[in-house]
Structures are given as structure tokens and as C-alpha cells.
Design a protein around this ligand. Structure first.
Ligand code: SF4
Length: 431
């Protein structure tokens, strides 16, 4: 977005003793990893004696925090997602967050997940007040204030019109575009703060592993070009004016890499063009998808060459789960350890050869698994690596949901210190 287009987002401000409003604040244009809260994109901000609210270009609430002394930490905040979930971003209360997840802020989710970290912020009164009562708090603010500029009064009227039931309905419309909610995002989506637009290019997955809690009943099936184009057009209309704040797509569902090469490239190019990523406020477009062991082993280098040429930085996350046959059988994952090792080797070659591509992978972690699981994994991430590399993160995904555990966290740190690849915890997050 150039200066001329930015002129379409003029700043307006208003301030009295109890209210301050700033329209079209300019946040950072690239996602960064900082130990203090960074605001991204073009947004509007309202501050009362009690709360700070931020709104997107569609007048929908997107961030909030309380100014009360009861609020857990002054630099923690809440974010509302496109799926209408609230996420509480915490500092984690200790210095280990960035080492564990690669980010300075820990997303605490409203639903059960496999996170080993974090408390129960949604059980605190102040957090519940925002997620439950934000609109009541907003409704109390009168736009008929002496000296309030007309532009600000109009904006205030518009944000008050966006009620919680509208947001629920809008999330339903959002899920309906692809036909289903995105139940799991790749761990790499953290690089875009999970602000991604999901385009489904295929349904289901190849393996239907017994252990997996995010799978569905659908057998692997690719979508047609027409279906993909229809989704993109509907998503463009739904994101509307707020599209300027997006520059990342997720090609769902669980094994995008297994879709035909032409379809992957078609979806990425069409989305880039239709969403106008070259004109977005947010820079450095990102493309994310998942892949299976078989999809990776069967894929042609032409695909990676072509992805490398796209105007995206691409992250493909491969579900390896284990490089140990006994563990794979316990998990009910129908691939052999030999294939997993081969897939891991291919990932490293791709990471070395394609600058704008990053292949990452997941392994499961659980104290009940055989010792051979960690041994086989460490043989890959340490034994097979002749030197340390900053590219090709390895994500460890705790098998248990709703069971934060100090012991498992300790195991993770122990493995991380030995790994020659960046190693992080995978917090399963939906959209
Ligand atoms: S782990 Fe991946 S391949 Fe296995 S069932 Fe889950 S989504 Fe499917």
C-alpha cells in the first residue's frame, strides 16, 4: 500500500476526561517477535476509564483489555478471531514462553487444547467481563458529546451497531464458505499471529490416525478450481474493508500438500490476486499448509520450485508424529518409521535448496510413549544433522488435551537443548 492509498485512512481523534478515540491508527506492517505488545495493521482505538477496545476496518471489535487493577497484567490483552473466539495473550508469568513456543506471548484459548503452559484467564472476572459484556460496556458510551467531531460520532454509532449476535452470525457465514470450521491451524501460522485467511483446497486426510483429535470422517478429496475460486470471492466479500490487514493464507484442510500441484499453485495465485496482497497494509505475504509423509515423498521438486517463485514465503508443516515403528503403531498411524525418516531427509534438502520455503514438522510427546520414540526422534534432529540450523522448526505436540504438566514441560526442555533444529511446543489452535 502506497502513501496515496494510505490517504484513504485519515486519522481522526477525540478526547475528553473519560473517553479517547483514535480512528485509523497505523500499527506495524510486519509481524515481529517482541517482548512487549505490538499492534498490527490499520485499526481504531477507544479508551474509557475502564477499558481499551480496538476495532478493525469493519467496525468489529478485535482487541480488548481492562484497565482495572484486577486485570492479570497490564501488557496482556485479548483478541477476537474470525471464528469469534476470544484468545487471551499472556506473558506466561515467567521467562520460558519464548523458548517454549517461539513467541513472547502465550495464546490462552477458551476451549480445551494441548497446551502445557498458561493459567485459566477465562475464569477471572475481568476477562469474563470483556468476553461476555464488551458490547454492554460499549453501548453505555454516548456519541452525543459536546465537541465530538461528526466523523468520530458516526464511527461510534457504527461500532455500537455491531452486536455480539451479528458476530456469531458472521462466524457461521465464515465457516459456511468452505463448509466447515478450520479445526486446526499449522503451528507456523504463529508467524502471522494466526491472522490467516483459510481457503480449503481439499477435505480430510490420508491416514485417519487413531490418536488424532482434530481429524474428521472425510476421506481425502480435492476441491475443484471453481469451488476454490468461489470460496476466495466469498471470503473477499466477507473480510471486506479489513482485507488490508491480511497478507497470509492457509490452504486447508489437513493435507494440502497431497492436492495436485496445479491446484495448490492455482489457489495461492488466485488468493494473492483477489485478496490484493500486493496492495495490503501488511507486508511480506505468507502461505501455510499441512502435508503428510506420503504427500511429501510423492511430490515433485517442480512444486517446490514453483512455490519458491510465488510472491509468498511458504511454510509447509509435515505431520511425522514419530520415527519409531512401535510408537507409530500405538498411535494408529499407518506409515512406517522408514518412510518418516525418508520424509525428514527430504524436508532438510528442501530447506537447504529453497530460500522462500520452510518445511517444518510435528512429533507427538507423551510420558506414556516408549523410550524408543524420543530416541528415534533425537537421532533425526540431532544425530542426522551435522550442524545446527535455524530453518526447519520441529514442533512437539503433547498428546493429552486439557492437561498442562510441569513434568512434560521439563521433558520438552530436555529434548530442546539437544536438538540441532529449532524446537517448540505446538499449541493446537482453531480458527
Ligand atoms: S494426524 Fe493428520 S493424517 Fe493423522 S488423522 Fe490427524 S489430520 Fe489425519
Amino acid at each position: 500500500m502506497d502513501k496515496t492509498s494510505l490517504a484513504n485512512y485519515p486519522a481522526h481523534t477525540y478526547k475528553d476526561n473519560h473517553l479517547s478515540i483514535q480512528l485509523n491508527c497505523r500499527g506495524d506492517r510486519e509481524y515481529t517477535k517482541m517482548s512487549f505488545p505490538v499492534k498490527y495493521g490499520l485499526f481504531s482505538r477507544m479508551e474509557t476509564d475502564e477499558m481499551v477496545f480496538e476495532f478493525n476496518q469493519n467496525h468489529q471489535i478485535r482487541h480488548a483489555k481492562s484497565k482495572s487493577a484486577e486485570w492479570i497484567h497490564p501488557s496482556e490483552w485479548m483478541k477476537r478471531t474470525m471464528g469469534n473466539d476470544w484468545v487471551y495473550y499472556s506473558t506466561g508469568g515467567y521467562a520460558g514462553v519464548v523458548e517454549s513456543i517461539g513467541e513472547y506471548y502465550l495464546p490462552n484459548l477458551m476451549y480445551q487444547t494441548n497446551s502445557l503452559l498458561g493459567g485459566k484467564p477465562f475464569e477471572t472476572t475481568e476477562v469474563a467481563k470483556i468476553s461476555g459484556d464488551w458490547h454492554k460496556l460499549l453501548s453505555k458510551i454516548d456519541e452525543k458529546r459536546p465537541g465530538m467531531p461528526a466523523k468520530i460520532a458516526q464511527w461510534l454509532e457504527r461500532v455500537k451497531q455491531v452486536r455480539p449476535d451479528h458476530l456469531v452470525q458472521r462466524a457461521e457465514t465464515f465457516f459456511g464458505i468452505s463448509g466447515a470450521r478450520t479445526t486446526v491451524l499449522p503451528p507456523d501460522a504463529r508467524h502471522s499471529d494466526y491472522d490467516i485467511i483459510p481457503v480449503t483446497i481439499q477435505d480430510g486426510c490420508l491416514y485417519k490416525c487413531r490418536f488424532c483429535k482434530v481429524k474428521n470422517k472425510k476421506t481425502f478429496m480435492e476441491r475443484s478450481r471453481q469451488d476454490i475460486k468461489d470460496q476466495i470471492i466469498q471470503l473477499k466479500a466477507l473480510y471486506g474493508k479489513d482485507l488490508v490487514n491480511y497478507n497470509a493464507i492457509f490452504l486447508g484442510e489437513h493435507d494440502g500438500l497431497n492436492a495436485p500441484m496445479e491446484l495448490i499453485l492455482y489457489a495461492a495465485r488466485t488468493a494473492h490476486e483477489q485478496f490484493g496482497f500486493d496492495k495490503a497494509y501488511m507486508k511480506k505475504p505468507m502461505l501455510y499448509f499441512f502435508g503428510s509423509v506420503d504427500a511429501l515423498l510423492n511430490s515433485d521438486d517442480i512444486l517446490f520450485n514453483s512455490l519458491n517463485e510465488l510472491p509468498f514465503h511458504t511454510c509447509i508443516n509435515i505431520g511425522l508424529e514419530s520415527a519409531d515403528d512401535e510408537t507409530l503403531s500405538l498411535l494408529g498411524k499407518p506409515v512406517s518409521a522408514q518412510k518418516v525418516r525418508k520424509a525428514f531427509g527430504r524436508m532438510q534438502t528442501i530447506n537447504q535448496n529453497f530460500e522462500r520455503l520452510e518445511m517444518t514438522c510435528n512429533f507427538v510427546m507423551d510420558r506414556e510413549l516408549p523410550a524408543s520414540h524420543n530416541l528415534a526422534m533425537m537421532e533425526l534432529v540431532r544425530g542426522k544433522m551435522d550442524r545446527a540450523s535455524s530453518k526447519g522448526s520441529v514442533y512437539l505436540s503433547p498428546l493429552q488435551f486439557g492437561n498442562p504438566s510441569r513434568e512434560v514441560l521439563f521433558d520438552f526442555y530436555h529434548l530442546k537443548t539437544q536438538s540441532r533444529l529449532p524446537m517448540f511446543l505446538y499449541i493446537i489452535q482453531r480458527l
